[in-house]
Design a binder for this molecule. Sequence first.
Ligand SMILES: *[C@@H]1O[C@H](CO)[C@@H](O)[C@H](O)[C@H]1NC(C)=O
Ligand SMILES: *[C@@H]1O[C@H](CO)[C@@H](O)[C@H](O)[C@H]1NC(C)=O
Ligand SMILES: *[C@@H]1O[C@H](CO)[C@@H](O)[C@H](O)[C@H]1NC(C)=O
Ligand SMILES: *[C@@H]1O[C@H](CO)[C@@H](O)[C@H](O)[C@H]1NC(C)=O
Ligand SMILES: *[C@@H]1O[C@H](CO)[C@@H](O)[C@H](O)[C@H]1NC(C)=O
Ligand SMILES: *[C@@H]1O[C@H](CO)[C@@H](O)[C@H](O)[C@H]1NC(C)=O
Ligand SMILES: *[C@@H]1O[C@H](CO)[C@@H](O)[C@H](O)[C@H]1NC(C)=O
Ligand SMILES: *[C@@H]1O[C@H](CO)[C@@H](O)[C@H](O)[C@H]1NC(C)=O
Ligand SMILES: *[C@@H]1O[C@H](CO)[C@@H](O)[C@H](O)[C@H]1NC(C)=O
Ligand SMILES: *[C@@H]1O[C@H](CO)[C@@H](O)[C@H](O)[C@H]1NC(C)=O
Length: 522
Amino acid sequence: MLPNFNWLLGLGLLGAASSAHSIQLSKHAQDLFDESMFFQDMIYDPNAHYLRFFYYPLAAGVHETRSTVWRTIGLLQRNHGDDAAEAAKILELVIADQEKDTSKQWYGDYTVYPEQPTVGEPAYDPVIYNSWDPNWRSFISTTLIIVYEEYRDLLPSHVQDLILESIYNSTVGDTYRVGGVDDDNLYPAYSNPWLMRTVASSWTGLKMNDSNMTYWGDKWAEEFLDLYNVNNTISEYNSPTYVGVSLCALTIAAKYMTNITNVPVIAQHSEQIIRDIWEVESLLWNPMMRNFAGPWDRTYGYDMNNYVAIMSLWIWSFIGKDNVYHNPNPIGTMTHADDLEIGPLLAVLADFQKKLIPKSVLKRFRTSHFVGEHTYHGQTYAPPVDYEPRNVTTWVSANLTIGTESFNQSALGGSREDTTAFNPAVVQWLRSDGSVGYFTWYSTEKAMQADVSPYALNLTYPQGNETSVFTFALSSNPLGAKRDIYTLDAIDGLKIEVGGTVNPEPVVSFCGILGGTCPIVQ
Ligand SMILES: *[C@@H]1O[C@H](CO)[C@@H](O)[C@H](O)[C@H]1NC(C)=O
Ligand SMILES: *[C@@H]1O[C@H](CO)[C@@H](O)[C@H](O)[C@H]1NC(C)=O
Ligand SMILES: *[C@@H]1O[C@H](CO)[C@@H](O)[C@H](O)[C@H]1NC(C)=O
Ligand SMILES: *[C@@H]1O[C@H](CO)[C@@H](O)[C@H](O)[C@H]1NC(C)=O
Ligand SMILES: *[C@@H]1O[C@H](CO)[C@@H](O)[C@H](O)[C@H]1NC(C)=O
Ligand SMILES: *[C@@H]1O[C@H](CO)[C@@H](O)[C@H](O)[C@H]1NC(C)=O
Ligand SMILES: *[C@@H]1O[C@H](CO)[C@@H](O)[C@H](O)[C@H]1NC(C)=O
Ligand SMILES: *[C@@H]1O[C@H](CO)[C@@H](O)[C@H](O)[C@H]1NC(C)=O
Ligand SMILES: *[C@@H]1O[C@H](CO)[C@@H](O)[C@H](O)[C@H]1NC(C)=O
Ligand SMILES: *[C@@H]1O[C@H](CO)[C@@H](O)[C@H](O)[C@H]1NC(C)=O
């Protein structure tokens, strides 16, 4: 670092990329970085050294752990004033609260929020995905890997050692996870945490000379590949948030573990998997609507213009925000707005990942380069809930997309058994005001045969009978169109004809934030 760094900065001569340690960011990656940090700076509490817990109304007043660790990448990359010292302070605090008792199922895990009682104390029962979140270990340890690889020289040596010890404990704690045991669900098909754990185990094994970790990293990579190889798709298929997390893990493997002597299995395959994922997603993306067509295994919304999906942030970091949001909403009005807090992590990996993706594939995400009407066929497999691979068909045209998958499963709601997130049949259309309308099938059956052709969706219940129903969540009409929808012809921008063995007259309910005739789904 320049000895007169602070003085120069005071005169405003050095910009964001002034630190000798920071990664040079391209324009779009820097834009995502800046917008995320601008937002983080607003909600940072310098007295607590934590970000405030944003977005969940009941969380007002407390702070949040995972996003605060993401922030350390932002601080170290920016490295203005006391940013680096602040990052060190955050890391010490977060790691101090990491679980240290090896006999606990949540050993090596971090707090969800620092004010929470100690997990396992009388007033705080250990409830997985609730009072403790097993995925937090991997989310935080993979973030710490980036901190260590890129910025450790900015941190005091005792903090560097603490980071390694923390990652090590987190990785050991992650070995306690076995799908189907102790309420855990970490199967190879749960792609995003499975990949994060695999990458952390390989990296930590190499860094700490722990051959058992290296061995298991490779074994878990092979179990992932067994599913992946069914049709070169990840099991947590086309999930606009979680494919983005899987890409983080794969990019960490590609960036930090391919330039070494004994390249772990996950790193050997990471670049190809990243390319495959973008190939598939580019064919499902509708650049006119700025949305992935369905089906979505897990989603937090039905129109990506209205919620923050991590995949949107990746695309933003590659080709700019204009290609991602039709009419950008202020962040605080979007669903899952807190996911913008991962921005710095994505931004510092973005340019590396972008180099792995063919230009012809990236071009398909540009609004100005719609490839035209096309149909995609694919397959994906997520045991144990899937009895057999799911068969995907998606038709994409400029103003209408129809995407669906056939499935035969042991539970309602897909692999995560979540009927709100699982959307195996989705129709989206562009409306007169430029907004996106949608309807999406709601889980009432464990098996469905589904097919798509241009303008047509055919859904059949192999296990159905005369009591079966077809339920769809439908968007409200845009402003200016009819507010009350009782018949299919009242739906704005779409003409629907119903055939088959069903009663063609729909029963309509409204599930609103302030009442209606049904509970809210999303
Ligand atoms: C790691 O776990 C050990 C117990 O195995 C504990 O003694 C140590 O304090 C932990 N380190 C950190 C940084 O939490
Ligand atoms: C080796 O790793 C496995 C799986 O991660 C774990 O169950 C086992 O306890 C580890 N063994 C040792 C000696 O660390
Ligand atoms: C791992 O082994 C290498 C080479 O034998 C050595 O240089 C390094 O210090 C070791 N690292 C740890 C954390 O033990
Ligand atoms: C591999 O590349 C990464 C990213 O540039 C770097 O941080 C790391 O030090 C490199 N490792 C080796 C062994 O050269
Ligand atoms: C598997 O993927 C390829 C493209 O990689 C596709 O052409 C093929 O139709 C898929 N197979 C099935 C059975 O869906
Ligand atoms: C759909 O978009 C195409 C191409 O932009 C346009 O020609 C066509 O009129 C649109 N169709 C409808 C039904 O809006
Ligand atoms: C998907 O297609 C394969 C044949 O390629 C078939 O074996 C499998 O049963 C189908 N899956 C479903 C859920 O229909
Ligand atoms: C719809 O799918 C069912 C079951 O796969 C099939 O029997 C039927 O012929 C299809 N109908 C149309 C109109 O394609
Ligand atoms: C679904 O899988 C089950 C279990 O393997 C099987 O019995 C059934 O025939 C499959 N097909 C349908 C349509 O349910
Ligand atoms: C129809 O299917 C439902 C759900 O599987 C079942 O509970 C019901 O008994 C079936 N009714 C008839 C008449 O078979």
